[in-house]
Design a protein around this ligand. Structure first.
Ligand code: BES
Ligand code: MN
Ligand code: ZN
Length: 501
């Protein structure tokens, strides 16, 4: 879909549809009032008759109004003006896009970013409009033989901004929105693919394609033999239980100076997690195809960064394999040696994410990184603690954590910090190895991060547990593309810091 930015009077728009907001109770927005005047009070008289209260998500489509140059006017309810916040703004955008797509306006001019959202700039509203629009229209029907077709789909939407002085800011915000939205879409598509298609080999191929698409990206794929050579014993122990060969993906994005330290993103790439010998219950086990959402998100973020040509260096690492039960699979009690040299007693083979991540985190040392952020669908405990709204965030450096929290608030892709006190380390004691891979029933999201922290002592590090946020269950089952918005916002903020001396 095309997004344009324009400033201009609503009554002068030659378009299939002009979209304006109505607040509760029955109060036209400023632009709405202007439009109403041009029609000689037609719109307000329709509202007075009670056809549009202005409740959030309500819509009323009007045709052939006098005095206007457009075919239709779409009135969209925005709720109470005092309560018009981020969440309601996104609901309004979703309603607008869905209604236009369903009612035959193939293009429209929307006076929606002009509405006041508490504490939010015009750029924020425009970027968010684009991202929410993509999210609303997203379908994953690649694998359906009969696809739902829309007869007259929405093709072009023009976002009206208050004045000509706002055009540059608006256009830049559209570009940012498009890059983020496409990064999200890339992540969703990868994550929604089933485990029999999206294997470690497939992930590696997608990574290589990214490197072909963008000159600034280089890709390297390590196979099992190369990982053995390096000594990635923890990762390989998980991979052993599967017929699918493991892959270790490295992508480098060179947007900054050659000597500038990179930010490293690490994504958990378990393409299916059956639990291994500590087998999971059958109920909803299909959802464990989503255990590569961390990988999908870091790849989507890299794509967005490359699209935006951010002036920084970025490295993406994806350790990828399946976790299945098998005669060769890890057994509870097995002890493996990680790339760091530390030994691990595997008390539960279902705590496999940390086993593949720890080797990737050690591997990250070779980049002498500015910071390392790992992203993983790591623990069910995180879903219990925070539900599906916030990703769990832990790490060893408060400025880094604060930057990520801020990026989450700004993008609406929120994270929440959990404590990583030293005392939690005690739960990982093993009688037979340097550590156990599980820490008991209590504080499961924290002990998982405590495990990872033993491999991240040489750099600033943060960990995002996205087990609750990366996908939705139930009848709207599907990947969300989170935390691509948070990570991309973080990188944009970092780039702006680099540019300002
Ligand atoms: N991939 C799962 C985590 C998960 C579970 C994500 C449910 C989303 C929903 C991870 O590999 C896992 O199995 N973790 C175990 C750890 C436990 C054995 C310490 C868990 O959370 O049950
Ligand atoms: Mn598991
Ligand atoms: Zn897992």
């Amino acid at each position: 879909m095309d997004f344009l930015v324009k400033s201009g009077l609503p009554e002068k728009q030659r378009t299939a549809c002009v979209v304006v907001g109505v607040f509760e109770p029955r109060r036209l927005s400023e632009v709405g009032e202007r439009l109403d005047e041009a029609t000689g009070g037609q719109i307000s008289s329709i509202i007075k008759r009670g056809d549009m209260e202005g409740r959030l998500g309500q819509t009323l489509l009007l045709h052939n109004l006098p005095g206007l140059m457009c075919d239709r006017v779409l009135l969209v309810g925005c709720g109470r003006e005092r309560e018009f916040n981020d969440r309601n703004y996104k609901t309004v955008v979703g309603t607008v896009i869905r209604t236009l797509n369903d009612t035959g306006s193939m293009e429209a001019v929307a006076y929606i970013p002009e509405l006041n959202v508490k504490g939010r700039s015009l750029a924020w509203k425009v970027t968010q409009f684009v991202v929410s629009a993509y999210d609303t229209l997203y379908r994953f029907d690649e694998l359906k033989t009969k696809k739902e077709t829309i007869r007259r789909p929405l093709r072009k939407i023009t976002l009206a901004v208050p004045s000509r002085r706002d055009l540059t800011e608006g256009e830049h915000a559209v570009l940012e929105g498009l890059s983020i939205a496409e990064g999200i879409q890339f992540a969703k598509d990868l994550a929604n693919l089933p485990g029999n298609i999206c294997t470690p080999t497939y992930l590696a191929e997608q990574a290589q394609q990214l490197a072909e698409e963008y000159d600034a990206i280089d890709c390297e794929i390590l196979d099992q033999a190369q990982m053995e050579e390096l000594g990635m014993g923890a990762l390989l122990s998980v991979a052993k239980g599967s017929e699918q060969p493991p892959r270790f993906i490295t992508l480098e994005y060179h947007g900054g100076e050659g000597n500038e330290k990179p930010i490293v993103l690490v994504g958990k790439g378990i393409t299916f997690d059956a639990g291994g010998i500590s087998l999971k219950p059958a109920h909803q086990m299909d959802e464990m195809k989503y255990d590569m959402c961390g990988a999908a998100a870091v790849l989507g973020t890299l794509k967005a960064a490359a699209e935006l040509e951010l002036p920084l260096n970025l490295v993406v690492l994806v350790p990828s394999c399946e976790n299945l039960p098998d005669g060769r699979a890890n057994k509870p009690g097995d002890i493996v040696t990680s790339l760091s040299g530390q030994t691990i007693e595997i008390l539960n083979t279902d705590a496999e994410g940390r086993l593949i991540l720890c080797d990737a985190l050690t591997y990250a040392e070779r980049y002498q990184p500015e910071a390392v952020i790992d992203v993983a669908t790591l623990t069910g405990a995180c879903v219990v603690a925070l539900g599906r709204e916030a990703s769990g965030l832990l790490g060893n450096n408060s400025p880094l954590i604060n930057d990520l929290l801020a990026a989450g608030r700004e993008s609406g892709d929120r994270a929440w910090e959990l404590p990583l006190f030293d005392e939690y380390q005690d739960q990982l004691k093993s009688n037979f190895a340097d550590m156990a891979n599980i820490g008991g029933r209590e504080a499961g999201a924290i002990t998982a991060a405590a495990f990872l922290s033993r491999f991240t002592k040489k750099y600033r590090w943060a960990h995002l547990d996205i087990a609750g946020t990366a996908w939705r269950s139930g009848d709207k089952k599907g990947a969300t593309g989170r935390p691509v918005p948070l990570l991309t916002r973080y990188l944009i903020d970092r780039s702006e810091e680099l540019l300002e001396p």
